[in-house]
Design a protein around this ligand. Structure first.
Ligand SMILES: [Mg+2]
Length: 213
């Protein structure tokens, strides 16, 4: 039975969410609270992300700076190597965009499957994301259904572990056994409130240390 770690990206592998950096640096303070509107059911998560990403700068230097400032776990590369050497599969799932995820992974030389919304930088339009209609995991709300990625791994008989930090991680995390859930921030608070079991983590590499112990 293969061991599979399915992991969120923003705020889980990185310290900061890409959209959050845009809010801090590029989005006018009087702009609508898009995620708030999403929580009230007034827009989909995908639409909220598309709004935030439309404020992304389009010059290479600013984009590079943003990518650096997401601060991926400093032990990410080493941890992925150890995980792979031990026969584990790692799958990244994100309701953000593969535009920056792929760039970050390429920069550090990590090659793993990523399920996220494709995107491209367009002058005056920022980071334009597209719905991944071709993906077997397509979902209207988030673009990619993390839940369906977890279900697919469970169906093929894998031992599935899940790591995340946000609200789109609740459903997929609930599909795996409590001892196979890793959570921080919003997801940890939520699971705690619901009296659901999970392992709390500070940095992504700690999860790998724990899994390979
Ligand atoms: Mg996240």
């Amino acid at each position: 039975m293969p061991n599979v770690l399915i992991s969120d990206f923003d705020g889980t592998i990185t310290e900061k969410d890409f959209y959050q950096l845009l809010v801090e640096r590029y989005i006018p303070r009087d702009a609508p609270d898009y995620l708030g509107l999403y929580r009230m059911g007034k827009m989909s998560h995908f639409e909220a992300m598309a709004k935030y990403f439309s404020h992304a700068p389009t010059d290479e230097a600013s984009l590079q700076q943003l990518i650096t400032d997401t601060r991926p776990d400093p032990r990410f590369v080493e941890s992925v190597s150890k995980l792979k050497a031990a026969g584990w599969e790692l799958i990244i799932v994100s309701a953000g965009s593969s535009w920056y995820i792929d760039r970050i992974l390429k920069k550090v030389g990590v090659n793993v499957p990523v399920h996220a919304n494709p995107g491209r930088i367009v002058p005056r339009r920022g980071l334009v994301i597209e719905r991944p209609f071709d993906s077997p995991f397509y979902n209207e709300q988030t673009g990619i259904s993390k839940r369906d990625v977890v279900l697919e791994a469970l169906r093929r008989g894998a031992k599935v572990y899940y790591a995340g930090d946000g609200s789109p991680d609740i459903d997929p995390a609930m599909l795996v056994r409590p001892e196979r859930r890793f959570a921080r921030r919003y997801l940890a608070e939520y699971l705690g409130r619901c009296r659901e079991g999970f392992n709390e983590f500070e940095t992504w590499s700690e999860i790998v240390d724990e899994l390979l112990r």
